[in-house]
Design a protein around this ligand. Structure first.
Ligand code: ADP
Ligand code: MG
Length: 487
């Protein structure tokens, strides 16, 4: 199967050839013809399978071939024409709302930028098409300037988009295509109300394409609500298996053991570039500092940093001037740097899904990768939960000279005892001081391994009343909504 056979416009094919794409991936093969026909889509397939092109190529094709209805000069004017008309009437210049034809919603700023970059690449020979990202953290005048160019394609995070909709800067009356990228993640981040509001503001005639790691549960229900007779595409091979990524667990006794082990592992000559994931922003900063002092070209990335700083860090990572990125889960998705050979979980992620996304930062573009989790003896159950989710066992390995004092097996069973571990034990210098960091904010009913300070130790194994809550507890893009409690 070739891109030509999928019926894409020649200018798009040219851009794909320039990008080194020779043939479509399976998800592209299935999604592109249906999307060109105008069908709604519900798609789940694993990370790295080429979902961006699966929705963007058919969308560009439709925009280029003007299958999408253009501005009708008789009934509506483009914002530029409206501005000219206003000027010739002698009206005071005013902002004319942008009228995008396509809207892509993504959970994070990084992903939005990545989608926009990919779009620019795919539309390199389709100069009429403009795509812009509207993101939290971007200066307001810059956003106004981007919107005033009246882009055909808008890529946005939900919170910031709502702000602009409410202030009349965006008009969806001409919207033809709506894409929800990483829909499951957006729901995890508490964006459900925002999404409903945005969907309600778009014309019911729109084409809707939803992409998600899973179509089960809440995401599936939402997907069914917002699509019409969708084509459901589920690419086999399970969303969570990374067959080209080798996984390993190393047990550690304490923080000092963990730090020494990380240094040792990072000095391995097979490490080209690496991402180290931490549970808290503070740990990301502290560890990046420590690694720099130890002679690694390290940098931190987390949700407290300004967008400019985050972009600079990601650029440095892409250029290779940063070799070790120390990041919170803001970086668990979206980063696509082929030279990342290793992912280290300095802390395990709160949700097993995030584990899958984290390790997917390595093994990009079909290469091999290695994902190593440094795990406290009390976190054995947490590893089990990840194994249950991925349906893969993660081998436990021991490095000569770094053997843990306790053996892994009894430690795993100790973790099941309510009093096997006391809050603050293992993380005295890290999140422990912050109280609610670590794994404290689990979903109701999930087991918690590190409880907020002050929680009673006697009930640690049972489901507990949720203090932090699931919704709204994770980082998102809107200043007003941002809690950054975790990232
Ligand atoms: P997903 O959204 O499914 O995680 P992406 O759309 O981010 O995946 O694509 C992952 C990587 O694969 C990107 O680097 C992208 O440029 C590349 N890619 C996508 N489609 C193809 C293709 N048909 N041929 C070669 N590379 C591709
Ligand atoms: Mg994607």
């Amino acid at each position: 199967m070739s891109f030509e056979a999928l019926g894409l416009h020649v200018n798009i094919i040219r851009a794909l050839t320039d990008s080194g794409y020779t043939k479509p991936t399976s998800v592209q093969e299935q999604a592109i013809p249906a999307a060109i026909e105008g069908r709604d889509l519900m798609v789940s397939s694993q990370t790295g399978s080429g979902k961006t092109a699966a929705f963007m190529l058919p969308a560009l094709h439709k925009l280029v071939t003007a299958e999408v209805v253009s501005y009708d000069a008789a009934t509506s004017k483009t914002p530029n024409q409206e501005r000219q008309a206003a000027r010739s009437r002698g009206d005071k210049p005013r902002f004319v709302a942008a009228k995008p034809k396509m809207l892509v919603l993504t959970p994070t700023r990084e992903l939005a930028l990545q989608v926009t970059t990919a779009t620019d690449k795919y539309s390199a020979y389709s100069r009429r098409i403009k795509a812009v990202s509207i993101l939290g953290g971007m200066p307001y005048p810059k956003q106004m300037q981007l919107l005033s160019r009246n882009p055909e394609i808008l890529v946005a995070t939900p919170g910031r988009l709502i702000d602009h909709m409410e202030s009349g800067k965006i008009d969806f009356s001409e919207l033809q295509m709506l894409v929800l990228d990483e829909a499951d993640r957006m729901l995890d981040m508490g964006f459900i109300d925002d999404i409903e509001k945005i969907v309600a503001a778009t014309p019911p005639t729109r084409q809707t394409m939803l992409f998600s790691a899973t179509l089960d549960g809440v995401v599936g229900n939402m997907a069914k609500r917002i699509t019409t007779e969708p084509l459901v595409i589920q690419i086999a091979g399970s969303a969570s298996k990374h067959e080209n990524i080798q996984q390993r667990v190393h047990f550690v006794d304490d923080l000092s053991h963990k730090n020494r082990m990380l240094d040792h592992l990072l000095r391995d000559t097979t490490v080209d570039q690496a991402v180290v994931f931490t549970a808290t922003k503070r740990d990301a900063d502290t560890i990046a500092d420590r690694l720099n002092i130890a002679g690694f070209a390290a940098a931190a990335l987390h949700g407290d940093m300004h967008q400019g700083a985050r972009n600079r860090t990601l650029d440095a990572l892409r250029r290779g001037t940063v070799r070790v990125l120390v990041a919170t889960d803001v970086a668990a998705r979206g980063i696509d740097v082929p030279a990342i050979t290793h992912v280290f979980n300095y802390d395990l992620p709160k949700f097993p899904e995030d584990y899958v996304h984290r390790i997917g930062r390595t093994g990009r573009a079909g290469r091999k990768g290695l994902a190593i989790s440094l795990v406290n003896h009390a976190e054995g159950m947490h590893v089990k939960r990840i194994e249950r989710f991925t349906k893969q066992l993660i081998p436990v390995d021991v490095i000569e000279g770094f053997e843990p004092k306790k053996s892994a097996a009894p430690a795993r069973s100790a973790a099941r005892k309510p009093n096997g571990w006391k809050p603050g034990d293992a993380r005295k210098t890290g999140a422990g001081a912050g109280g609610g960091g670590g794994y404290g904010n689990n979903k109701p009913g999930q087991r918690s391994f590190s409880k907020p300070a002050g929680a009673s130790t006697g009930t640690s194994a049972g489901p507990r009343k949720e203090g932090g809550g699931y919704k709204g507890n994770r980082s998102n893009d809107s200043g007003a909504r941002r809690t950054f409690g975790d990232y």
